[in-house]
Design a binder for this molecule. Structure first.
Ligand code: ASP
Ligand code: MG
Length: 404
């Protein structure tokens, strides 16, 4: 007998038929003698629809009211899931975030979980019930409903698994797990059996997102091992946990590409203290997330500064930088057809020659590398967008990731 936390995402509970399927799956685990706490998301599309309605009545809705509204998507699915279980003879009790004792800070729409008082849940579990908890919501110390940021049902599940010391935490979604590359692009991509929290976070920030990153960070902090798997089949998924020694044998765990990138160059900026600070302050004020930053050595009192940003933000970036360029001199050149290709793996910490293998694979398919950045477990290159898919396939092969 195990204490299991399961989380079903929006597509897994997308309509009443899917909810009935989820109920069957829950019943099968319970019939094996397990105890279950099940976290559900809103039906897919519902949260977006609610946001659109809020904006239709008020361009900038108060966040407290937004949370009152957004939390109803999950309230629908907890009640329907509990009912579906009753329909097949399984005693189930639905809980809102507040009823589950999930207390957050005051930050509406992006609240952080402070504590979970699981006493009521545990009493109901021990009485033989399956507990169905609304994901993505909690309550603050004023008694107001808060939400945990988009995709926050993952966080609810991981936090509950940590709080009740569950034996197993399963995150059910519409993909089979984490892959060595996007299988739509790299036909030979494989499902990864085990991955570390850090690798998962780096892959997500490089363009292959399976889960809310905050949830993975939370799991890492509290050491909650979880499995990402599909609710549409019975295949084992990917186990996500702290790195273990054997994991280092694999040098590169996965390849990610992000094709929606722009390269922005600032040419001939005054080379003096405060220049970069002004540039990136202006971008931050405009809420633009920049990534790779490269500055060349200054010459004759001027220097060039290059960075990448999401392609759909390059016009906004140029606008935000107008006053800075007027002040510091210099010109801007934006190129929207860029992609980032990243390789990620904890094994890089202890292996040499990883960069050489990457650059050789790119050279062999005629890809020019524009920018390079590295972290302890990741190397990213900015390359021409049109070549990104081909490059991903070549790099995947070069690191021995192709399926047998
Ligand atoms: N329903 C929320 C969202 O769409 C939370 C979640 O699905 O995890 O962001
Ligand atoms: Mg979701």
């Amino acid at each position: 007998m195990a204490l299991i936390v399961q989380k079903y995402g929006g597509t897994s509970v997308g309509d009443v038929e899917r909810i009935k399927k989820v109920a069957e799956r829950i019943k099968a685990f319970r019939d094996e003698g397990n105890q279950l706490v099940v976290v559900v998301s809103a039906r897919s599309g519902v949260t977006n629809e609610l946001i659109a309605r809020a904006e239709a009545v008020c361009p900038n809705p108060p966040e407290r009211e937004l949370d009152q509204l957004l939390s109803i998507g999950e309230q629908e699915t907890i009640a329907l899931t509990a009912m579906a279980l009753h329909g097949i003879g399984v005693p189930a009790i639905s809980y809102t975030g507040a009823q589950a004792g999930i207390v957050t800070d005051m930050a509406h729409t992006k609240a952080r979980i402070h504590s979970i008082d699981a006493e009521a849940m545990i009493k109901d579990i021990n009485a033989g019930n399956v507990i169905i908890v609304a994901g993505f919501q909690g309550i603050n110390s004023d008694g107001d409903i808060t939400t945990l940021g988009r995709g926050g049902s993952d966080l609810t599940a991981i936090a509950i698994a940590g709080a009740i010391k569950a034996d197993v935490c399963q995150i059910y979604t519409d993909v089979d797990g984490v892959y060595t590359a996007d299988p739509r692009i790299v036909k030979n991509a494989r499902k990864i059996e085990e991955i570390s929290y850090d690798e998962m976070l780096e892959l997500a920030s490089s363009g292959s997102k399976v889960m809310q990153s905050r949830s993975v960070e939370f799991a890492s902090k509290y050491d909650v091992v979880f499995e990402v798997r599909s609710s549409f089949n019975h295949n084992p998924g990917t186990i996500v946990k702290q790195e273990v020694a054997s994991m280092e044998k694999v040098v590169v765990r996965g390849v990610a590409i992000d094709k929606n990138q722009a390269k922005i160059q600032l040419l001939g900026l005054a080379d003096r203290p405060g220049t970069a600070a002004k540039v990136f302050r202006a971008l931050a004020t405009a809420n633009i997330v920049v990534d790779m930053i490269v500055q060349n050595a200054g010459r004759d009192g001027v220097a060039n500064l290059t960075f990448t940003a999401p392609a759909n933000e390059s016009a906004k970036a140029a606008k935000a930088l107008e006053p800075i360029l007027a002040e510091l001199g210099g010109k801007i050149a934006t190129h929207d057809q860029f992609a980032k290709l990243s390789i990620v793996g904890v094994g890089m910490k202890t292996h040499s020659g990883v960069a050489a293998t990457l650059f050789t694979a790119l050279a062999e398919c005629g890809v020019n590398i524009d920018l390079i950045s590295t972290s302890e477990i990741k190397i990213t290159v900015a390359i021409e967008q049109a070549k990104a898919d081909e490059a991903a396939r070549a790099v995947h092969t070069a690191f021995g990731l192709d399926k047998a």
